[in-house]
Structure formats: C-alpha cells, structure tokens
Design a protein around this ligand. Structure first.
Ligand SMILES: C[S@@+](CC[C@H](N)C(=O)[O-])C[C@H]1O[C@@H](n2cnc3c(N)ncnc32)[C@H](O)[C@@H]1O
Length: 218
C-alpha cells in the first residue's frame, strides 16, 4: 500500500542528548524496527496475536507487557527518539525478543496495518494539548478512532488512560462516534494486569488521579 499524507506531527522528535549507553542501544534500532510496506506475517512468523502500544514514552509499560506475554508479538510506536532509546535499553537488559518498533508517527503505520489484524491497542497518557485551539493535535481524534476500529480484531480491546479529566471526556466523546466501540471499563482503579507508565507515576506523585478506560470492538 502506498504511504498517504498524514496531518502535521506536533510533538517533540528529539530531547536532551542521550547518554553513551542509550546511544549504543539506538544502533540496534534498525534491527528491531518494522519497515513499511508492512508484512505482519513476516514480522511475527507463527504468532497468533499482535498488540500495539501507541506513544510508549520511556517504554516501561511495553517492556513489562512483552515480558509477561512472550507468546504475543508487540509493536511499539513512538516518535520521540529518546523514548525509543529508552525502550531499546529495556529490550537488551530484559532480553525481549517479541517487540518491534515503529519510530515515527503512528498514523503512517496505522494506514498500512491490515484490517482486523491487532488484538489489543494501548494509548496511555497521550499528550493532552490542553488549549482549545490545539485540540486538533490530539492523537485521539475522529480519524484515528476510525483507523483503530479498522485495524482492531472483532472482540479486540483498546486501553486508554489520562490524568486530565477533560481529555477523558474527549476520549469518550470520540469513541462514541464509532458504533463498533463499546465502553466496558471506566474507573480510577486499574485492573491488576495493567503495568504502570512513567507519566502515570508522575501524575500520581502530583496528586492528579488517572482515569482508565477499556473499549471492546463489537
Ligand atoms: C505524554 S507522553 C506519554 C508516554 C507514555 N505513554 C507514558 O504514559 O509515560 C505521549 C507520547 O506519545 C508520543 N506520540 C505522540 N503522538 C505520536 C504519534 N503520532 N506517533 C507516535 N508517537 C506519538 C510522544 O512522543 C510521547 O512520547
């Protein structure tokens, strides 16, 4: 499939200069990346389920899930190269062999994923873009929700979290626009099988209490 244009990406692609070890880890990026055009069978031969984390940040949630679920193939999408380097460090320390990375705007990946190909999708503490004039930059938007619905398997789930109450309302509004999505969990308490993320821990420290959502695709 030909790459189509996506709207401009507004987040950061680079941060502080990386320490030596992380720079070393980045040398492995090509080896553990998925490349477009995508062939999921070749990326994960023999694997039954593929889970996708969008904007994995430092990668702690992705690494914990991949370690707990060695029979699942994981795709981690993250546009911020420092986050990618951080995950690659976990990958090497934890010897994770079931994760492939997409170090770019996830919208380029979504348009290449086949219909009904992904069993679980995670979007945790996405950038809230709090100013009204910036809401259109949010990753949870009508176009992306349609794409998520297309790539998700029937019966598959999407897990979302935020510590910004207005963004939780925004997510609920956007997911309501897609009739296949059914909200089946909405709480300040998360299920036990849900590892923490760096932003989640920062939010809790600042006494901003996160809210967790799970949608199922009918
Ligand atoms: C606020 S951080 C949260 C990181 C992590 N999920 C956590 O909870 O710690 C949001 C992350 O999403 C990434 N991101 C935002 N838009 C993206 C996009 N279109 N494609 C890939 N990554 C994206 C950003 O680079 C950033 O690392």
């Amino acid at each position: 499939m030909k790459e189509q244009e996506v709207d401009k990406f507004y987040g950061r692609r680079k941060g502080r200069p990386l320490r030596k070890h992380k720079t070393e880890c980045l040398k492995d990026l090509d080896l553990y990346s998925i490349h477009l055009p995508l062939n999921l069978q070749m990326v994960f031969p023999g694997i039954q389920e593929v889970w996708l984390e969008i904007g994995f940040g430092g990668g702690e949630h992705l690494a914990a899930l991949a370690e707990k679920n060695p029979e699942v193939g994981f795709i981690g999408a993250e546009a911020f190269i420092n986050g990618v380097a951080s995950f690659l460090q976990y990958r090497s320390e934890m010897n994770l062999t079931n994760v492939r990375l997409f170090a770019n705007d996830v919208r380029l990946l979504l348009q290449q994923l086949p219909e009904n190909s992904i069993t679980k999708i995670f979007i945790l503490f996405p950038d809230p873009w709090p100013k009204k004039k910036h809401h259109k930059r949010r990753i949870v938007n009508p176009k992306v929700a349609q794409e998520l619905c297309r790539v998700l398997k029937k019966g598959g789930e999407i897990r979302l979290a935020s510590d910004v109450p207005e963004y939780i309302e925004h997510m609920k509004h956007i997911f309501q626009l897609v009739p296949e999505f059914k909200l089946c969990f909405s709480s300040h308490e998360k299920p036990n099988d849900w590892p923490s993320t760096r932003y989640e821990m920062k939010a809790i420290e600042a006494q901003h209490y996160p809210h967790y959502l799970i949608y199922l695709k009918n």
